[in-house]
Design a protein around this ligand. Structure first.
Ligand code: EPZ
Length: 426
């Protein structure tokens, strides 16, 4: 298994191209199941999760062709052709490896009238149940039952529009209800819908495919079902979590980095916090520039929340920054119940963090020391990379397959701006 080796202390200078967003690309790929015509996606990131979703779709009979982009700034182009669907079965092995596989449920049910998809089970960051997805489909008239760990669902007469009011915000459940509603009879109203930019990107692609959706980007989506959807070409939005992670990299290591292709609005909550910590953020014609002049970071409290609040997918990374800040801070995780696995690993590098329930109390230290650490999930591993950038000596991070799931050529992007980072094959 590969490791990543970082020698800390290098300032960063230069530009980092931001790839297409993993969490948008995976749902857009699943949306190809909604039409018999080809859907072409551009700016697709090169990630293990994208390959896994392509494999799952191929198992349904979807034709998937990928044309690789030239340089690191170019995404790949993917054409998905779900003209003939030969299977509606997603195995435990697939869904366990990548939870986003569960997002094929809504599109399969809406277009084919049936699906059998494994329940995802818990994962490293929490129990992550799916009852909101299933309640939404039931409300639209589907029969849904559980059989040997699988969700089996049928709607032989098609789905019917209805009002779905979510008790709390769920990105995945909003996407399940939304995709199912595009082909349902009549109007579906989704109240308390997720407003995450990835949901907006999915809505825009669905509209280009012929779906009728009102309220895009708000907490209430209104979908007028249509008889069928058509193919289109859609560019995947830039990855706001990747952009946010590299913004934090510039601040923790010091220096000046331009995030080319990043969307400022998508990471406004993070950028405001970085500015309060002492960083300078400015717009450039191609993206955002983040600079830190070498002064000590000023500690800030952080609480995660649904968009436009501070994203849970940047909580581990901002904690790495607070670990070396001047002063103490309180980091509250309000989305997932078990998302502090990076804490013991950061402690191996000298971080002083105390966890009490959903709250981590971080006492800033002047120095971190390089150590052997282990990645435990995707975002947790990126926080170890960030800590490694500023730690004295060498940090060696194991289980980097977690990083490969969601960061497109991370070591290449960071070494281009001056980090001393390399992948060591084992
Ligand atoms: C998406 O997960 C993302 N994954 C996550 O990114 C992200 O952390 C999360 O949204 C929140 O922004 C993908 O897009 C593939 P939720 P999702 O449903 O849709 C609870 C990453 O690192 N819940 O908004 O699964 C749930 O347990 C990943 O890229 C229920 O209780 O998240 C959680 O506590 C990690 N019942 C909260 O809601 C349900 O039926 C929000 O989850 C559904 C969710």
């Amino acid at each position: 298994m590969d490791r990543i080796r970082i020698r800390g202390g290098c300032r960063l200078k230069g530009e980092i191209p931001i790839s297409g967003a993993k969490n948008a690309a995976l749902k857009l790929m699943a949306a190809s199941l909604l039409t018999a015509q080809p859907l072409t996606l551009t700016h697709v990131p090169r990630l293990a999760d994208v390959r896994a979703m392509a494999e799952l779709l191929r198992s349904f009979g979807v034709g998937v062709t990928i044309s690789l982009g030239g340089g690191i700034a170019d995404g790949d182009t993917m054409t998905l052709n779900a003209g003939t669907i030969t299977s509606t079965f997603a195995s435990y092995d697939m869904v366990r490896k990548m939870r986003a596989s569960f997002q094929v449920l809504g599109p399969l049910l809406a277009r084919i009238g049936e699906a059998k998809v494994s329940l995802p089970g818990g994962c490293a960051i929490g129990a992550r149940p799916v009852e909101l997805h299933l309640d939404a489909l039931k409300a639209m008239g589907a029969d849904v039952w559980l059989e040997d760990g699988y969700v089996v669902t049928q709607a032989p007469g098609g789905l019917k529009g209805t009002t779905i009011s979510f008790p709390f915000v769920s990105v995945g459940a909003t996407e399940t209800a939304l995709t199912a509603a595009t082909l349902a009879k009549g109007t579906t109203r989704i109240i308390n819908a997720a407003r995450e930019p990835e949901v907006v990107d999915l809505c825009r692609c669905l509209v280009a495919m012929g779906a009728k959706i009102d309220g895009i980007g708000t907490g209430e989506l209104v979908i007028e079902g249509v008889h069928e959807l058509k193919g289109t070409t859609h560019q995947v939005m830039p990855d706001r979590i990747e952009a946010g992670t590299y913004a934090i990299a510039a601040v923790i290591a010091g220096g000046e980095v331009e995030l080319v292709g990043a969307n400022r609005e998508h990471i406004a909550a993070l950028l405001a916090l970085l500015e309060k910590s002492g960083a300078t953020v400015s717009d450039t014609p191609r993206g955002i520039k983040v600079a830190m002049n070498g002064a000590r970071i000023v500690a800030q409290d952080v609480t995660t929340a649904p968009y436009p609040g501070f994203p849970t997918d940047l909580q581990a990374q901002i904690m790495a920054l607070m670990v070396v800040a001047d002063g103490s801070s309180v980091v509250r995780e309000k989305i997932f119940e078990n998302r502090f696995m990076h804490v013991p690993e950061l402690a191996r590098m000298g971080a002083q963090i105390r966890v009490e329930g959903d709250t981590a109390i971080v006492k800033g230290v002047e120095k971190l020391r390089g150590a052997q650490v282990m990645a435990t999930d995707l975002r947790a591993s990126s926080s170890l990379i960030l800590a490694g950038l500023v730690a004295e000596g060498e940090t060696s991070i194991g289980r980097v397959y977690h990083l490969d799931r969601g960061f497109d050529r991370l070591e290449e992007k960071l070494s281009r701006v001056g980090a001393d980072i390399a992948r060591i094959p084992e």
